[in-house]
Structure formats: structure tokens, C-alpha cells
Ligand binder design. Structure first.
Ligand code: NAP
Ligand code: F7E
Length: 342
């Protein structure tokens, strides 16, 4: 039985990847930093909470990482742990760098010393492209990060490449574009929209206040992206791959589509931080914007070219933008209805 260690086990991707690897017959060990929230809601929703061994491991603490690797001797390590919220990285740039940059180095160093033949996956990100230098972006596009998060992830990416080239380790960096799902944290814009819309639908809220609605993202379905992570580690050579859909949509489009699934037709009035989204039938203001949710530097557009992953790994996304929005809206309508029954 292969042993996989997943850091960030309680995050969106950690949950989907765990389920996928359990179905493949892996023993899954989850590294949990032991934060205040011990609800494990994602693992519970997927019905796998009891099938995973959870060990405490924080990417900030080298000795802790060292002991965990020594104890479990993993065959594959998926480093999904991160301070992953871009907005917070402007408030906590040093913590973000400690976890998202040096944390990767700590983990790689422990593996080099204790289990150099383990296969390693680093969760890199399209945020590294930031102020994009080409459209679309692929593995050869130069990085121009626009946040402390993006800058830290560039270090994480290059240190992964460096350990591969210096020590011949099987280390891969997956440059994943935004991937969403019903398990996405509510601080991220897609889930913020779908969850709050469901609350509006059930009369628990009046409106949603958002930031920059003009930004464009390449949004895929997280469940499919974790399969791509695993495929990278099964290939005979370690390498770096972009995973993306090749389509881009603005936040505004996401709002319009999500609203249409709950029966609202949005008409926009005003501009930028004075923009309002009004339901045509009822005349109710559903969306407002505020400077509070704008970032000091924005990533305006992302659109990925995943043709290498398709050609070499046989990976390609299957779920359309429209379907993804529908899946998320449906899940939140169900959740809010259940919350009301309690
Ligand atoms: P997520 O839901 O925010 O999960 C991140 C996890 O990292 C959380 O479980 C968190 O623990 C854990 N963590 C934070 N600080 C830690 C530390 N010091 N030590 C150990 N664990 C720590 O993120 P996700 O969406 O699943 O993304 C997974 C990874 O892919 C992240 O590295 C993210 O940066 C990267 N990524 C995500 C996307 C995307 O669109 N989702 C795209 C590209 C790359 P708690 O549960 O205790 O908070
Ligand atoms: O923002 C705009 C915001 O926070 C998307 C992480 O998984 O993907 C994610 O990072 C866009 C930005 O995701 C609100 O300004 C408008 O332009 O959902 P987000 P992100 O910053 O793209 C990448 C690939 C990662 O690697 C990250 O870990 O939406 N936006 N209004 C808003 N964003 C938020 N959060 N909240 C708003 O109210």
C-alpha cells in the first residue's frame, strides 16, 4: 500500500485529493497544523474523515516536519498547505512568506535528508504570472507576481525545481489556475457569491458586497485538478505543468450566471466601486461594491494554456464554466436550506 502525505489536509484540494487517493488504494496521512477550527467539515462532507490518519505538522516548524517524515516514510508528498488567500497576504506578508516560500524549503530539505526517493508535488499557482507577460500563460511564461502570496509562491516553485535539478529528486510543480467547488472557502469570490446568494434566496440576507468585478479568472473544477496532481507524480519524469481550462470570465459574469441559477436577472448600474447589480424583476439591489475588497495590486486577467498537461499526461478539464457555477449554487442552496431546518 502506497503512503501519501498531504499537507493542507483540511483545505479544499486536500479533501478532494484524499478522496481520490483513498479510492486508488493509498494510505492517506493528513498533515494538520492544528488551527482553531477542528471541524473537518470538508472531509466529513466527502465521508472520508475516519479513513485518514491525521498528524500535527506545521510548515513553520522544521523539527516537526522532520519527525513526521521520519515516522511515516511517505512514497508521495503533496504540499498543499499554504496561507492561500491573496488579500490576507497583503496584511501578513511575512507569515505568508514563511509558510508559502520557506515552508516548501523546509519540507524539501526534510525529504532530501530522510526520504529522497519520495515523489513531491508543489502547489504552485497562476498568481505567479500576475501582471501577465503573454496571453495565454503556459510553463514558459515569465513570472510577474502582484502580491506577497504570488511572490512567495514563486520561491516555492523555484526551490522545487532547484531540488529536482540539484539532488535528482522527483519534484514537480503544478501551476494551477483558479479551481473552485462547493468545498471552496467562503472568503474566495466564487463561494462568497454562491453562498451569499443562497442566503438572499432564503431571506437571510439582502445583498452581497464585493470588490473589483472587472478582474478575469480561468476557473476550473477542483475535483478534476487534484487528479492532475496525481498524474504528474505517476509520469516517468518529474516536470512542471500548467492546469487550466483555457477560458476566462470576469467576476461580473460569474455573478450574472450564479444569479440566473437562483432566478435573478441582473442589470448593472454605475461604475467601478459604485457599481450596483439590480434584479430586473423585483428592482432589489443584490450586489454592491466597496473599496474594502479591492487589492493594493490586482491581477487583471488570467487564462491558462494546459496543452502540455494534455499532451504528456492526458489531463484535460471536463466541467464547463456554466456547469461549475451551477454545481456551486446548487450545493449552497441545499446547505442553506439544511441550516434553516436546524
Ligand atoms: P485552502 O483551502 O486555503 O487550504 C490550505 C490549507 O493549508 C488549509 O488547510 C490550512 O490549514 C493549511 N495551512 C495554512 N498554513 C499552514 C501551516 N503553517 N502549516 C500547515 N498547514 C497550513 O487552499 P486550497 O484551495 O485547497 O489550495 C491548496 C493549495 O493550492 C494551496 O497551496 C494554494 O495556495 C494552492 N493553489 C490553489 C489554487 C486554487 O484555485 N484553489 C490555485 C493554485 C494554487 P487550516 O485548515 O488549519 O487553515
Ligand atoms: O479572487 C476579485 C479579486 O480571492 C478572485 C486562491 O486560491 O486563486 C485564488 O486567488 C478575484 C480577484 O481568488 C471580491 O480582486 C472581487 O481579482 O477568489 P479570489 P484569487 O485571488 O484569484 C489563485 C490561483 C490562488 O493560487 C489562490 O490561492 O476576485 N474580487 N470582489 C474578490 N475577491 C474576493 N476574495 N472577495 C471579493 O469580495
Amino acid at each position: 500500500m502506497k503512503v501519501a502525505l498531504i499537507t493542507g489536509i483540511r483545505g479544499q484540494d486536500g479533501a478532494y485529493l484524499s478522496k481520490f487517493l483513498l479510492e486508488k488504494g493509498y494510505k492517506v496521512v493528513g498533515a494538520d497544523r492544528r488551527s482553531g477550527d477542528s471541524s473537518n467539515w470538508r472531509l466529513k462532507e466527502l465521508g472520508i474523515e475516519k479513513e485518514i490518519e491525521i498528524l500535527y505538522m506545521d510548515l513553520l516548524e522544521f523539527d516537526n516536519i522532520f519527525r513526521v517524515i521520519q515516522k511515516i516514510q511517505p512514497d508521495e508528498v503533496y504540499n498543499l498547505a499554504a496561507q492561500s488567500f491573496v488579500a490576507t497576504s497583503f496584511e501578513q506578508p511575512i507569515l505568508t512568506a514563511e509558510v508559502d516560500a520557506l515552508g516548501v524549503n523546509r519540507l524539501l530539505e526534510a525529504l532530501r535528508l530522510l526520504k529522497p526517493d519520495a515523489k513531491f508535488y508543489q502547489a504552485s499557482t497562476s498568481e505567479m504570472f500576475g501582471k501577465v507577460q503573454t496571453i495565454p500563460q503556459n510553463e514558459k511564461t515569465p513570472f510577474y507576481p502582484r502580491s506577497p502570496y504570488g511572490v512567495s509562491k514563486v520561491f516555492g516553485h523555484w526551490i522545487t525545481v532547484n531540488y529536482r535539478e540539484s539532488y535528482n529528486m522527483f519534484a514537480c510543480s503544478g501551476i494551477l489556475f483558479n479551481h473552485e467547488s462547493p468545498l471552496r472557502g467562503v472568503e474566495f469570490v466564487t463561494r462568497k457569491i454562491t453562498y451569499n446568494l443562497a442566503q438572499i434566496k432564503y431571506g437571510l440576507r439582502d445583498k452581497i458586497i464585493l470588490g473589483n468585478l472587472e478582474a478575469k479568472r480561468d476557473w476550473g473544477y477542483a475535483k478534476e485538478y487534484v487528479e492532475g496532481m496525481w498524474m504528474m507524480l505517476q509520469h516517468n519524469e518529474p516536470d512542471d505543468y500548467v492546469l487550466a481550462t483555457g477560458e476566462t470570465h470576469s467576476i461580473k459574469e460569474f455573478v450574472e450566471k450564479a444569479c440566473s441559477f437562483v432566478g435573478y436577472e441582473i442589470e448593472w448600474q454605475g461604475e467601478k466601486e459604485h457599481l450596483k447589480g439590480i434584479d430586473r424583476k423585483s428592482g432589489k439591489v443584490i450586489i454592491e461594491t466597496s473599496k474594502e475588497f479591492y487589492r493594493p495590486a490586482e491581477v487583471d486577467i488570467l487564462i491558462g494554456d494546459a496543452s502540455k498537461a494534455k499532451k504528456v499526461l492526458g489531463w484535460e478539464p471536463k466541467t464547463s464554466f456554466e456547469k461549475l457555477v451551477e454545481i456551486m449554487v446548487d450545493a449552497d442552496l441545499r446547505r442553506v436550506a439544511q441550516e434553516l431546518k436546524k
